[in-house]
Design a protein around this ligand. Structure first.
Ligand code: PGA
Length: 232
């Protein structure tokens, strides 16, 4: 099975940057399942590349008077296959709560897209990391009718954008614990990605951890040349 490399551009790039980015990456050939999550405005520009399209957020209603929101139905009609759900920046700046996250994941499943469900502890050296992660998982999984097409992205919040990623051995240990927990409690073993300051210096060490199914890259993915350098 291919490992995932998910590129989260967040709220970066202007239209001219998008054109240059596409020029840089369009001939890239790689064995990874590359998922590009640009700012939603630019999704159509990335449509005809040999990579999958991901959206950084969705709303859980299908249509209607929800100014500024994008539904799964709309994303799916554009060919979007993946949706980041519950990213820590959404939780922090847009007050997204577990119930919203659950409703979004349910809708993503209905529309046959794949959720990349983000979880992670806030503080470095948190003694109860697994308690935090289990609570985040339970809020969603305990109510879900179906576990289709869910990938977990483990992203320690303190590591995001900080230039400090978690040690490889800790990543491995936590990813294994997440999988074991999900299997024991829900008889479902999700693929688990790691995210948080992944760049050229640590990409290879992390992606080759047997139990890690891929990575989620933010800051480092904003330059097309970085992506080519990493994945060529
Ligand atoms: P980062 O972001 O690579 O800049 O740490 C990762 C993320 O927010 O998904």
């Amino acid at each position: 099975m291919k490992k995932w490399v998910v590129l989260n551009h967040k709220m970066n790039l202007l239209l001219d940057d998008v054109y240059s980015y596409i020029e840089e990456i369009k001939h890239l050939q790689t064995d990874y399942e590359v998922v590009i999550c640009p700012s939603s405005l630019y999704l159509p520009y990335f449509k005809n590349l040999p990579f999958s399209l991901g959206i950084q957020n969705v709303f859980y209603e299908d249509k209607g008077s929800f100014t500024g929101e994008i539904s799964c139905a709309q994303a799916s009609s554009l060919g979007v296959k993946y949706a980041l759900i519950g990213h820590s920046e959404r939780r922090k700046y847009f007050n997204e709560e577990d119930i919203d996250i659950r409703r979004k994941i349910e809708k993503v499943i209905i529309h046959n897209m794949c959720s990349i469900f983000c979880i992670g502890e806030k503080e470095k050296n948190d003694k109860n990391i697994m308690d935090v992660l289990q609570a985040q998982i339970d809020c969603v999984f305990s109510q879900l009718p179906d576990f289709k097409q869910i990938i977990i992205a483990y992203e320690p919040v303190w590591a995001i954008g900080s230039g400090k990623s978690l040690d490889v051995s800790d990543i491995q240990s936590i990813v294994v614990q997440i999988k074991k927990y999900c299997f024991k409690k829900y008889q479902f073993t999700p693929p688990v990605l790691y995210g948080g300051s992944v760049d050229k210096s640590n990409f290879f060490r992390i992606i080759t951890i047997k139990e890690v199914d891929g990575v989620l890259i933010g800051t480092y993915s904003i330059k097309g040349s970085n992506v080519v350098d990493l994945l060529k």
